[in-house]
Design a protein around this ligand. Structure first.
Ligand code: ADP
Ligand code: ADP
Length: 231
């Protein structure tokens, strides 16, 4: 399972102009769809709606997961099926192993280590992420944005959901970090349906379908080659 269908979906935040309008697309089981477009185009709104951060009203279209309207599914079972890798992962004040293990409560250290390895984050899992300079003591390490994202990737690997929502970091990363993250993402995406807010060229190039959004509408769609020919 893991098929996602957006059927003529529109959504308006209170007192605003519509954030998305008449959006329809399908992510087949195991497929990957990349959302691209300028800031404010509606990409995050699409992810939030699928995660039921907001619910659609009767006249705003339908979102189906494996043929079922997500309004008819409990929030808990939807969140079991859908993993989120946010741009800026929230970490607890606990060691990295614990932060990864939170993806699946009751997991063994072995499982945590395996997930950490697949996310290229196995180096210092007994260290504590430090927020402030003063916390960087013997066991504290300051995590870069890329490292935080790898912790989130490991956490989601452990959770093992059939569907993934990815919000890729916008900031430029150095080449070796970029390579590590790319590997971690490949390990995560393999065999799952994914919907990504894509900034990395590699994600866009590897997507089965790219949706170009503007002012809340899909203005172009196709694979990488097809879109290149359009321009
Ligand atoms: P993107 O992810 O492509 O940058 P968003 O989905 O965040 O776009 O935003 C789409 C539109 O909805 C924008 O006009 C934005 O200002 C508006 N918007 C986004 N989030 C909220 C919110 N929580 N409340 C009100 N308006 C919002
Ligand atoms: P779980 O139910 O798997 O514990 P959470 O609801 O705690 O998942 O969310 C997992 C991560 O995704 C958290 O870092 C949270 O901030 C982030 N998140 C949750 N909902 C959204 C959303 N609508 N948009 C972006 N990030 C989200």
């Amino acid at each position: 399972d893991g098929e996602i269908v957006f059927d003529n979906v529109s959504f308006t935040y209170d007192g605003r102009k519509p954030a998305i309008r008449g959006v329809s697309f399908r992510v087949p089981k195991g497929g990957s769809v990349a959302l691209v477009g300028e800031s404010g185009a509606g990409k995050s709104t699409i992810l939030r709606l699928l995660y039921r951060f907001y619910d659609l009203k009767e006249n705003e279209g339908r979102i189906l997961v494996d043929g079922q309207d997500i309004r008819d599914v409990t929030q808990a079972s939807l969140r079991k099926a859908v993993g989120v890798v946010p741009q800026d992962a929230v970490l607890f004040n606990a060691n990295i192993a614990y932060n990864i293990g939170y993806g699946k409560l009751g997991s063994s250290l072995e499982e945590v280590e395996e997930a950490a390895k697949a996310a290229q984050m196995h180096d210092r899992i007994m260290s504590f992420p430090a927020k402030y300079e003063t916390e960087v003591g013997e066991r504290g390490i300051r995590l870069s944005g890329g490292e935080k994202q790898r912790v989130a990737i490991a956490r989601t690997l452990l959770k093992n959901p059939p569907i993934l929502l990815l919000d890729e970091a916008t900031s430029a990363l150095d080449t070796s970090t970029e390579r590590d993250i790319q590997k971690a993402l490949q390990n995560l995406v393999r065999g799952r349906s994914s919907l990504s807010i894509a900034h990395r060229l590699s994600t866009i190039a590897n997507a089965d379908l790219i949706l170009v959004l503007k002012d809340g509408q899909i203005i172009e769609q196709g694979n990488h080659e097809q879109l290149l020919k359009l321009n």
